[in-house]
Design a protein around this ligand. Sequence first.
Ligand code: KG4
Ligand code: ZN
Length: 333
Amino acid sequence: MYTLGIETSCDETSCAVLKNQHEVLSNIISSSLFRHKPYGGIVPEIASRHSLEQIDTVLKEALDEAKIKITDIDLIAVTSGPGLIGSLLVGVSFAKALAMQLKKPIVGVNHLEAHLSACFIGKPETEKYVGLLISGGHSMITYQEKAKISVLGSTIDDAIGEAYDKVAKILGLGYPGGPIMDKLAKEGNPKAFQFTRPKQKGEFDFSFSGIKTAVLYEVQKLKGEKPSDQFVKDMAASFQHTVIRWVTDKSLAAAQEKNVKLLVVGGGVSANSYLRELLPAEGKKIGIDVWFPEFKMSLDNAAMIARRGWEIYKAGHRDTLALSGTPSLKVGV
Ligand code: KG4
Ligand code: ZN
């Protein structure tokens, strides 16, 4: 069975071909990031226009690399949310036109659920697990049992990736800040600055805006002087160690509370090098396996959409041509 995945929820335009549930035959990604960089963040209109210009070419490349024809596709899986409405509509309209012309089934996929599904490509099915979803727009801990997903906790303010991006901006670094800070953190002293852990009502909720403000105060203490390279490296290391420790401790505590032996991690921040080192090591101490997606599937891509689409299709889910984009689509509904 061939599933065509289509992802256009933000700044990436991606098409992928998945054979059955494990074999990624192609996963082509065209990013518009270079067009947003001068603005220090994503400009929705630029993102959707880029997707509209690129999607035909990206599909053709995905089919060529997979060495199949469009008529060989058995299922079309497209991101229907959450994301930017203009971008979502490009992918959804494109997918619906294909489904109509080819007379093939179509399923709308939740982008966040797909980030977790990326971990299961090439891995055995598992009935029960806790998920840690950390991206530029979301931070949440989920629990999945027999295809049913529930949310155990989420951020009450900024998402973790958003906090990385905002702190990078305060430090005068580029966009997106996560990968840049991750690199600089390796050369800094993680104990140079101390940050206190905020308290939230929910046991598995997060808050990242306080630490961002704490960084701002430290920079303001310099009274307009440009932070030195060492200051920036030390701040990146201190910030990284603090937030990665929080998500490590909370997600493992959730896995223990739910009595599961598997924690899967998804979303752009799952590319973080310190998280990839710390979380499996801490999990091992308490008998919890930690799975990350393959590095190239940590960031937004269509292979994860195809995989999630395949999962929900097998579970009996179908959509019609009335499918639309839902910018604030919730997990587990
Ligand atoms: O999932 P994603 O590609 O897009 C969203 O759906 O948000 O995540 C992008 C986010 C950005 O905030 C980026 O700074 C962050 O992931 N990110 C990282 C790293 N690589 C990307 N954050 C920390 N460390 C990284 N290595
Ligand atoms: Zn994402």
